[in-house]
Ligand binder design. Structure first.
Ligand code: BYC
Length: 310
């Protein structure tokens, strides 16, 4: 099949809103675009376990500890699910892990900030998972079948994560002045990095053109960011938290909130490996990956032995 025929049948499916499946023909650039995005998404889930994992032993009650453990376990599951979706496009887990550890592949900016107090665990669940849901609900309609299907399950679990975070914040806001202060401080530190999770402005987003042509993206970075802001401002008001943005104001005409400018210098620094915790996160991943070598070797030996018996 020549490339024109291939692209026509591929684009016909895209135009008809049909999913592209692993064995369908697809342009090479579509395949590599998806490998980049899905593997970065998987890395984000896996690296995202680290900042929260630090708080398992310090959770303030047995109930809080159980919930946090379950949440972190979910993130690990999301990572595995997404790595499998990327593998259907012809890349191996080993290659993806190598790209993460060498710095070739990015992961979400948000996981390069320190988690200083228990209120940060609330802020992560509420804001970070809240932002992730807004993005991922839109990805439920992405054109690649295995990625779209992964999003349905992941969004269900993220909704529970978002609520556990909001519950922590609501409890702290109905507590002592020190607890309220702690919650507001977490809000102040996590608000802006959460807005950065949606990526650069549409006008500065080099990947968006292809992503829209191929219906990988259904809504733009700025549209999704706006949606997140509008719903989160109201949730903050209900529990008495203020948004750390002096320019935030309801725009009657546009029926949404205007907001201040994001610090894009900070965003670039963090996604290019120079945020407060980038080195710590990757070093930790490398150490534990190396320590787990014996598990991979044992699984390989078991597989080989099974094949011998066949
Ligand atoms: N962080 O052209 P653009 C979670 C990069 S984890 C880092 O707009 P695109 C959770 C971008 O990759 C949820 N890098 O790109 C887990 C590109 O660089 P490359 C994670 C970012 O792809 C544990 C460059 O900037 N969610 O829920 O069209 C605990 C230009 O950007 C970021 C996903 O991964 C960023 N924030 O749009 C709790 C969602 N933003 O690759 C919670 C899936 C941009 O050319 N991904 N960059 O070197 C997406 O939807 C899209 O990839 C993005 C970016 C909207 C993130």
């Amino acid at each position: 099949m020549d490339s024109t025929t291939l692209n026509t049948s591929f684009m016909e499916k895209i135009d008809a809103d049909l999913n592209i499946e692993p064995k369908d023909s697809m342009p090479e650039k579509y395949r590599t675009h998806l490998i980049r995005q899905i593997s970065q998404h998987a890395h984000s889930e896996v690296i995202g376990m680290q900042p929260e994992g630090n708080w398992i032993t310090r959770a303030p009650s047995l109930r809080a500890k159980q919930i946090l453990l379950a949440k972190i376990q979910d993130e690990g599951g999301h990572g595995l699910y997404l790595y499998s979706a990327a593998e259907t496009l012809g890349i191996s887990r080993e290659e993806m892990v190598e790209q993460l550890q060498s710095g070739k592949a990015k992961y979400s900016n948000i996981f390069n900030y320190p988690v200083l107090t228990w209120a940060d665990i609330g802020a992560i669940g509420w804001l970070v998972d809240g932002a992730a849901i807004v993005n991922q609900v839109s990805l439920q309609r992405t054109s690649y079948g295995p990625y779209a299907r992964a999003m349905f399950r992941i969004c269900k679990e993220e909704s529970f994560h978002q609520r556990q975070g909001y519950e922590i914040m609501a409890n702290m806001m109905s507590g002592t002045p020190d607890q309220r202060q702690m919650a507001q401080d977490a809000m102040n530190r996590w608000w802006w990095p959460s807005l950065m999770m949606f990526g650069p402005h549409d006008s500065d987003s080099p990947r968006s053109g292809d992503a829209f042509t191929w219906k990988i993206k259904r809504k733009s970075n700025d549209e999704l960011r706006q949606k997140f802001i509008d719903k989160t401002v109201q949730q903050a008001e209900v529990i008495g938290l203020s948004i750390p943005d002096a320019d935030l104001a309801w725009n009657e005409e546009r029926q949404c909130y205007d907001h201040g400018e994001i610090n894009w210098e900070e965003f670039k620094r963090v996604i290019n490996g120079n945020g407060p915790c980038n080195k710590q996160r990757i070093d930790h991943h490398i150490n534990y990956h190396n320590e787990g070598a014996w598990v991979r070797e044992a699984a390989e030996a078991y597989k080989n032995q099974l094949q011998e018996f066949k």
